[in-house]
Write a protein that binds this ligand. Sequence first.
Ligand code: KIV
Length: 271
Amino acid sequence: MSIHKEIKRVTTQSLEKLKKEGRKISMLTAYDYSMAKLIDGAGIDVILVGDSASNVMAGHETTLPITLDQMIYHATSVVRAVERALIVVDIPFGYYQGDSKLALTSAIRIMKESGAHAVKIEGGEEIKESIIRILSAGIPVMGHLGLTPQSIYKFGTYNVRAKEKEEALKVECEAELLQSLGCFSIVLEKIPASLADKVAKKLSIPVIGIGAGGGVDGQVLVMHDMLGINVDFNPRFIRKYANLHEVVNGAVKNYIADVKSGSFPNEKEQY
Ligand code: KIV
C-alpha cells in the first residue's frame, strides 16, 4: 500500500469544471522552486511562470528581454516543486510572433525541457496561426488579451486598455476567436470590469483577470506584488496580502546588528 498522500492534479479540464460550477479559479506567478513549493502547498489552482520574471527576477524594465532558455530555467525550477497546481509558462517575446513554426518549436521546448503543462501567449488575430500550430501538437494554450506587456512599445503606456468602443469590440471578438481556435483559457489584463464580465459570460472557457474586475472566472496576480516585495509598484488592482519588504528588511537589519555586535552565533548556534 502506498504511503504517499494522493494529490489530485489540477488539469485544464478541472478548470473548465470550476467555471461550470461557478467556482472561482486562483492563479499566481512563480519563478523558482522554493516559492512555487509554498504556493502549491497553500492550494493555488494555477501557477504561471510568467515572463514578468524579466521584471521581478531580472530587474528589466519590460518583459521583452527575457529569453526562451531563461523561461525554461524558471519553469524547470517550478515544475520540480509542484505537486498539485497546473503549470502554465509564458512563451517570451520573439519566440512565436510572425512565425508559427518557431512558435511550435518554442512551445515544444518548454513542454519537453521543463515538464510544464501548458503555454500562454499574448495576442489575438495576429498570432492565430501560431496558436493553431501549437494546439495541433496537443499542447494546451492559454490566451492573453487586453494589456499585453510584450507590446508595450506599441501601446506606449501600461494604462487601462479597451476603454474605447472599438478596442473593446476587438477584445470581445478576439476572445471568441481564441476560444474557437481551442485555447483552454484566457487572461484578460487591465481592461474595464464591465467588458471583462461580458467576455467571461459569453465564453465557456475560463477567463482569468488581472485588473479586470470581479466578474471573471478567476484572478491572477504577480506573486511579488501581492506579497508586498516591491514597494514602488502600487496600481489599484493589486491587493497586498503581506508586507514582505518590511519583514525582510527588518530581519536583515537584525541579522546585521547581531553579526556586528557578535551576538550571532551564540553558544547553541555553534559546534
Ligand atoms: O507574466 C505575467 O506575470 C503575466 C501575468 C501578469 C498575467 O502574464
